[in-house]
Structure formats: structure tokens, C-alpha cells
Design a protein around this ligand. Structure first.
Ligand code: GLC
Length: 426
């Protein structure tokens, strides 16, 4: 094929020299991907996409997105509304398939059945009206991170109930402050008014036996005494074992405090393990991980199910090439790399037996059940209305935590609000 230099962009010209024979010059496409910006998302994405670009001869651009899933969804909705071709491969939160389904391509023609290797519940979550709208990329579950050294120093054990957590957190906080660290806190978590608070609060409510906001049948169940108890318990932490500032913390703010050596306990997602044990972390080698506590002796352990998928936008100009990138990024090989270099939980069961993965993340093995039995937020039951349900819930919870409403009043009001959102059916 002869190409006139005028028809080539500088990038394509460069690729024509280096690319494999099957894709040269004008055949080389540029695809844009959003991978996330929390933890080691960016570095990992840069490395994996560069590997794919080398292999295929195409070019990849990384699309910068905000940290918060709530802000990312708002941004994507704008792009989709404009049918924008600016983004080819989209990262999709586990609670979004029902919300953005009309804007994603069916990946079945490209996946060649490889989705069968992934956790079936996640594949089912990503399949809407028979279409495979996204490939599982990594899964998430809320965990309790703690300072092994401090728990031992104060003669305590990793807590198994929220009451024990509060007592141990108080003991360590008092001791460390008396020893001179005035900035030390017992417990940090996510209590800013956004999707992350929904995740934390689902754990509090579920662990107390208070259900899951809306049940699988679509009934609004949140206004119940156990949920009231759960929110009261969480509110009692603010200003006692948790700083007032936690009301404005997302994942990264909590990790910052913990990783700087200023908290005994932290609720976060698995990614915090890799960064917490990195060379520049003040607490490297001192971190323990366990399931989140139970709500009282009769309560249960509950971890909210999180996680991200990769999908192709319907408005992509290069859908087949974008789908190829998705298949590469979600492959066992890529998932293994990300598990080792960032503690991102694979969605392929076999990788939980891989010795390199387990050496980097021993808790992937010991807490395997936490990952496979995590509690989904009610996104399937509420479909496209999930974002409204979640924002009503996190606002109601934030009002209780910040002392603006009692748990009883707030959940009663929330029930009314959810009925309005439901308007007869989800
Ligand atoms: C994590 C989870 C995601 C969740 C978000 C909340 O990114 O993987 O599912 O919605 O945290 O902040």
C-alpha cells in the first residue's frame, strides 16, 4: 500500500515504521480509554495499554476522569447524551450496567465465550437483555485494615464486632495521643456524601441484619429498627474514634490518614493493601486485613460488592478495535499483572490459586469467601433508578452522621422519598 505523507498524522507515520505488518499507517487506529485515577489505576493502565499497542500497532490514549464514581457517572452521562465518539473504552462500576445500558455495545461477538472463565454473578450483572455489555475487570469488597503492631501493643485482638472495634479504636487512640501523636484517630472510613458512603452504610445496615435498602423483590425495606441501630452506631463514631473530617472523606482521604500512620483501623477496598505496603508507606509490613465486623453477636459479616468492568461505547468509531483492547485488558494475564501490582482482585477464580498472586496478596486466599459472598447494592432491583436510590440513601445517612437528623426520622423520610422515586415500579 502506498501512502501519501500528507494523509498521515505524525503518530500514524511513526506507527507505520514500527507496527506489525497487518496494521500499518492508515489502518492503525487511535482508541481512547478511561481506566480510573485512584490508587495505581493510572500506572497500570499506561503499562497494559502500551503492551497492547505494541502488540497490535494501534495507539491508545488515556482519558482522565475524576476519582469519585459519582462524578465519573455524571461525566459519562454527558458524553453519552452528546453521542460523543471521544471515548471508546469505558470503565463501568458494578452498579451501572442497568443505568448506562443503552450506550454500550454488545461484546458477545468479540468475547468468544471467554466470559465463562469469570465469576458467573459478575457476568450476569453485566448482561442486560441478553447482551454482554461489559467484561469483568476487577472485583472489590469492603475490608477492615488494621495496624497489627498497635493492636498487639495494646494487648487487643482484631475486632469481630463493631462494639469491639469501637472499644479497641478508643484504647489505641487514647494511648497514641497520650504518647504525643495528637493527630491519631481510631477509625477512618468513607462518609462523604457520595456512592462510597452508600457502600459503607450498606455494610453497617446489612451487618446488623437490617437488609439492603430495597430487597430483591423491589420492596423498600430500609425503614426498620436494625437499620436504625446500625446508623446510630456509626453516628456514635464521629468525633469520638473518627475525626469530624471523615464526613468529607472518600477512599483516598481515608487511605492518606491510615498510610501516614495516623489511624488504627480503616475501612477500604483491597487496593489499599499494595499501596500501604509500598516502600514509601509509613506502615509497610504493619498492616493486617480482616472481614468487616458483625453488628452485635447475632449480626453477620458484610462486605459491599464493588468492582469495575470495561465496556465499549456505542459511539466509538472503532468498535472492533476497542473490543479487542477490552478483551486484552480483562484477560487472565492482565488481571494477574494488576493483582500483583496493585492488589486489584481478579474476576477469574483460578487466579485466586496462583502462587504469585497469593504471595503479593495473602488475604486473597484467606478472605476468598468475603470476595465471593459480598453483598450487592440494590442496582439490579432498581435498574435505571439506582443512582437516585443511592443518592437518597447516602444523603439520609450523611444527615444522621452529621447530627442533622435522628436515625429514626431520617430513615422514615428516606422511605417516603424512595416511594416517590419508585412511583409504583422500578
Ligand atoms: C470502588 C468500588 C465501586 C464503588 C466505589 C465507591 O471503586 O469498586 O464499586 O462504587 O468504590 O466509591
Amino acid at each position: 500500500m502506498k501512502l501519501s505523507s500528507r494523509s498521515l498524522t505524525a503518530t500514524a507515520a511513526a506507527l507505520a515504521l514500527t507496527a506489525p505488518l497487518w496494521v500499518t499507517g492508515a489502518n492503525a487506529a487511535t482508541v481512547t480509554i478511561s481506566c480510573g485515577s485512584v490508587g495505581q489505576d493510572y500506572e497500570n493502565c499506561k503499562k497494559m495499554t502500551a503492551d497492547w499497542a505494541r502488540k497490535t500497532g494501534h495507539e491508545v490514549k488515556l482519558f482522565t476522569i475524576p476519582n469519585s464514581t459519582t462524578d465519573i457517572l455524571a461525566l459519562f452521562r454527558q458524553l453519552f447524551a452528546a453521542k460523543s465518539p471521544d471515548l471508546d473504552v469505558v470503565n463501568v462500576d458494578v452498579v451501572w450496567p442497568g443505568v448506562i445500558k443503552d450506550h454500550l455495545l454488545d461484546l458477545k461477538p468479540y468475547s468468544k465465550g471467554v466470559e465463562k472463565e469469570h465469576f458467573p454473578a459478575i457476568v450476569a450483572n453485566n448482561t442486560v437483555d441478553g447482551k454482554l455489555l461489559a467484561m469483568p475487570w476487577f472485583t472489590d469488597a469492603g475490608l477492615l485494615f488494621y495496624r497489627k503492631d498497635l493492636v498487639e501493643k495494646y494487648g487487643a485482638k482484631p475486632p469481630t464486632t463493631w462494639e469491639e472495634l469501637a472499644a479497641t479504636a478508643k484504647k489505641i487512640q487514647d494511648g497514641e495521643r497520650a504518647a504525643g501523636n495528637k493527630d491519631f484517630h481510631g477509625f477512618v472510613f468513607q462518609a462523604k456524601a457520595y456512592e462510597g458512603l452508600t457502600c459503607d452504610a450498606v455494610e453497617w445496615v446489612h451487618s446488623h441484619g437490617g437488609g439492603n435498602i430495597v430487597n430483591d423483590k423491589g420492596e423498600i425495606t430500609i425503614n426498620n429498627p436494625k437499620a436504625v441501630q446500625a446508623l446510630k452506631t456509626a453516628a456514635s463514631w464521629i468525633g469520638t474514634i473518627a475525626p469530624q473530617g471523615v464526613l468529607n472523606y472518600a477512599e483516598e482521604e481515608a487511605r492518606g490518614v491510615f498510610q501516614n500512620g495516623n489511624a488504627a483501623f480503616m475501612r477500604n477496598w483491597p487496593y489499599a493493601w499494595s499501596l500501604g505496603n509500598a516502600k514509601d508507606s509509613k506502615i509497610s509490613g504493619k498492616i493486617g486485613v480482616s472481614a468487616l465486623p458483625k453488628g452485635g453477636a447475632s449480626g453477620q459479616n458484610a462486605a459491599t460488592l464493588g468492582g469495575w468492568q470495561l465496556a465499549v461505547s456505542k459511539y466509538s468509531r472503532n468498535p472492533a478495535i476497542a473490543a479487542d483492547l477490552v478483551m486484552f485488558m480483562t484477560s487472565a494475564e492482565s488481571q494477574k499483572y494488576r493483582a500483583i501490582n496493585g492488589s486489584y482482585n481478579p474476576t477469574i477464580a483460578a487466579l485466586y490459586k496462583d502462587k504469585d498472586v497469593l504471595a503479593a496478596n495473602p488475604f486473597f486466599g484467606s478472605l476468598y469467601e468475603v470476595f465471593t459472598s459480598a453483598v450487592p447494592r440494590p442496582a439490579t432491583a432498581t435498574g435505571a433508578k439506582y443512582p437516585e436510590v443511592s443518592s437518597a440513601f447516602w444523603n439520609a445517612t450523611h444527615d444522621v452522621l452529621s447530627g442533622q437528623a435522628t436515625a429514626e426520622d431520617s430513615l422514615k423520610k428516606l422511605e417516603g422519598k424512595l416511594k416517590q422515586v419508585q412511583r409504583g415500579k422500578w
